[in-house]
Design a protein around this ligand. Structure first.
Ligand SMILES: *[C@@H]1O[C@H](CO)[C@@H](O)[C@H](O)[C@H]1NC(C)=O
Ligand SMILES: *[C@@H]1O[C@H](CO)[C@@H](O)[C@H](O)[C@H]1NC(C)=O
Ligand SMILES: *[C@@H]1O[C@H](CO)[C@@H](O)[C@H](O)[C@H]1NC(C)=O
Length: 270
């Protein structure tokens, strides 16, 4: 009986000892209340961290948004500036185009005035310095004419005019017709293509469209007939007969500064 008690006692002591050993030897590893506290702290720290991150993200986002807005504004301003500049440039371009057109128109008008003035001066003083024709040549509208009373063949006449950088008279427009009629020219070779019949032509508007001679004068064959002017008629005769020479060429533009000079020209024009 006593042995049993002792055993029970021992057993009890043993178990209490074991309990106490367990209690002191394994703190940390297996202590349920203490463990939950640590986890709470960690969760709290994590939550705080998350919150901080969120706040940081928010701040960053707003900074980004503000910067973006600023940059967009700048870009917009730049765009507006660019458009205004383009508008200004095109306006200026138009303005300068207008100005250059005005200058062009003005210089054309000035040229016309100078030509008219020079023509008046020329009528009083046939060799005025402003005359746009070579010396001794007659000026009428756009052309210069050289009238020579040498009796030569058609071919010689053509060669003579060619040597003057001019051509035989060709009545191609109403100004030339006007000039010819006013001068009552008799027996002058014309720059018409040689042909084979004698048919005469009356000088009128019809002649304006006719086919004036443009080929080389050397091609003319001696049996052909060449046209000549007799007042208001065109007649045909052998090209080897002799008639007077009349050459024509384009007048130079009138030099404006020369209309302001009173002296007579002593220069030779081409
Ligand atoms: C465009 O022209 C206007 C008026 O001439 C001027 O006030 C403005 O500064 C110009 N803009 C630019 C971008 O040059
Ligand atoms: C250019 O000329 C036209 C008329 O000729 C006028 O309507 C326009 O306003 C002018 N522009 C400038 C920029 O001067
Ligand atoms: C004809 O023109 C040429 C070249 O343009 C020139 O050298 C020559 O002097 C001119 N002749 C006459 C008579 O005007």
């Amino acid at each position: 009986m006593s042995e049993e008690v002792t055993y029970a006692d021992l057993n009890f002591q043993d178990s209490s000892k074991r309990k106490s050993i367990q209690g002191s030897g394994t703190v940390g590893i297996k202590a349920p209340p203490a463990t939950s506290h640590v986890w709470h702290q960690r969760a709290l720290a994590l939550t705080l961290l998350c919150l901080l991150l969120l706040i940081g993200l928010g701040v960053l986002g707003s900074i980004f948004y503000m910067t973006l807005k600023k940059e967009m504004r700048k870009l917009n301003n730049l765009q507006n500036f660019k458009e205004e500049l383009q508008r200004n440039v095109s306006l200026q371009l138009m303005h300068s185009m207008n100005s250059s057109k005005m200058i062009r128109d003005l210089s054309l008008t000035l040229q016309e005035i100078a030509t008219k003035l020079c023509y008046e001066l020329y009528k009083r003083q046939p060799e005025h310095k402003c005359k746009p024709c070579p010396k001794t040549w007659i000026w009428h509208e756009d052309n210069c004419y050289l009238v020579s009373m040498d009796y030569v063949t058609w071919q010689e006449s053509a060669m003579f005019c060619s040597a003057q950088n001019a051509s035989l008279l060709m009545i191609k427009n109403k100004h030339v017709l006007e000039f010819v009629k006013s001068r009552r020219l008799r027996n002058y070779w014309l720059g018409l293509p040689p042909r084979e019949d004698y048919n005469s032509v009356i000088l009128d508007e019809k002649i304006l469209s006719s086919n004036w001679f443009i080929r080389n004068a050397n091609e003319v064959d001696n049996r052909k007939l060449c046209g000549y002017l007799d007042t208001t008629y065109i007649y045909y005769t052998y090209c080897t007969n002799t008639k007077n020479i009349i050459c024509e060429k384009l007048a130079n533009p009138v030099k404006i500064e020369n209309t302001l000079m009173s002296e007579t020209s002593d220069r030779k024009y081409n």
